[in-house]
Design a protein around this ligand. Structure first.
Ligand code: AVI
Length: 319
């Protein structure tokens, strides 16, 4: 199992790398998590409301597939809003295990869930599910829940490796996973370049976080948010662009940037339903039901680990 890298290690390594790149998991400190919650309410950001509508409409069918007394493990749980729709539809859910890298955020959400579901055991785990997560033995049929198309933030090989990792935890259970679909590039562009600039603030918060936590001296007015659809790879690319030639200190180390230099911060891959099912099969899952909205913007997939030993492929870096 890979050790969890620290923000400092990853940030410094990312600035030294060419192309420069920081893993998107570092967006989610307290301020970043709050900004992401605001993104989810923006009119341009269709994934959240579309997925919520799908869950609202189909939760009874999803709950029936889970069966009575099941346990839900949510990977990257955040505010745990979506899982509420499942918990309400489930017959006597046994336990809810929200896993998130942001501990404070997780505890608040867990306390609210305990209040609203007094009979439910809520076991929050502050961990990086790509690296250092150790799950307790299942308390019921274990259903993994990975909504929001967070799988799209992993490179395809890493996404496959992550699904395989999930499969190892879900023997005899299933995975319910949200996946954003390929669509009109204008719709995608607007979703990552909102009029209020919340996505820009979310992206720039990575530099603000480095200032807060690593004693860096990024001048945020000298960096620009850039997000665009790259049709060849079917992904949104997000970058921070240096507006001028500048030197920045991070943890006492100087880094030089030219005007137009990019710091890559996120890929958000979009899939076809068939393309995602093919990925899931390669990761050792048997694809089941798929729920999509009428405009086919977003999909939710029911996947069951194939019986027998999990397929093995070379270890991928999932960060
Ligand atoms: C969390 N993840 C699926 C979001 C996405 O759409 O890729 C993160 C995000 N980045 C910019 N806006 C939202």
């Amino acid at each position: 199992m890979a050790a969890a890298a620290t923000f400092a290690d990853d940030f410094l390594a990312g600035l030294r790398a060419r192309p420069r790149a920081i893993a998107p998991k570092w967006f989610y400190d307290q301020a970043g998590s709050e900004l992401f919650e605001r993104i989810c309410t923006l009119p341009e950001y269709y994934p959240t409301r579309t997925e919520l509508a799908l869950l609202d409409q189909h939760a009874p069918e999803m709950a029936a597939r889970m069966g009575a007394g099941a346990e839900i493990v949510e990977f990257g749980a955040g505010a745990s809003v979506k899982v509420r729709l499942l918990l309400q539809a489930m017959r006597t859910p046994r336990r809810f295990v929200p896993v998130d890298i942001s501990g404070a955020h997780l505890q608040r959400a867990a306390a609210a869930l305990r209040r609203d579901h007094p009979g439910l055991e809520v076991l929050p785990l502050a961990a990086d599910f790509t690296a250092d997560l150790v799950l307790p033995p299942p308390a019921g049929r274990r259903i993994g829940f990975f909504p929001g198309s967070s799988i799209g933030n992993f490179e395809p090989a890493a996404a496959e490796a992550l699904l395989r990792r999930f499969g190892g935890w879900l023997a005899g259970g299933a995975l319910l996973i949200g996946v954003d679909l390929i669509k009109d590039p204008d719709v995608l562009h607007a979703a990552y370049n909102d009029a209020l600039g919340v996505t820009a603030a979310f992206n720039l918060n990575l530099l603000a976080r480095a200032n807060r936590e690593l004693g860096a001296d990024f001048d945020l007015t000298q960096w620009a948010h850039s997000a665009f659809y790259q049709p060849q790879h079917r992904r949104i690319e997000m970058h921070l662009m240096s507006r001028r030639r500048q030197r920045v200190q991070v943890a006492g180390v100087p880094f030089d940037f030219d005007e137009g230099d990019s710091l890559h911060t996120e890929h958000s891959y979009k899939y076809s339903v068939e393309g995602f099912q093919a990925l899931a099969r390669r990761a050792g899952f048997v694809p089941g039901a798929v729920w999509t909205d009428a405009a086919r913007r977003f999909s939710l997939h029911w996947l069951e680990p194939a019986p027998g030993p999990a397929p093995t492929t070379p270890q991928e870096d999932m960060a």
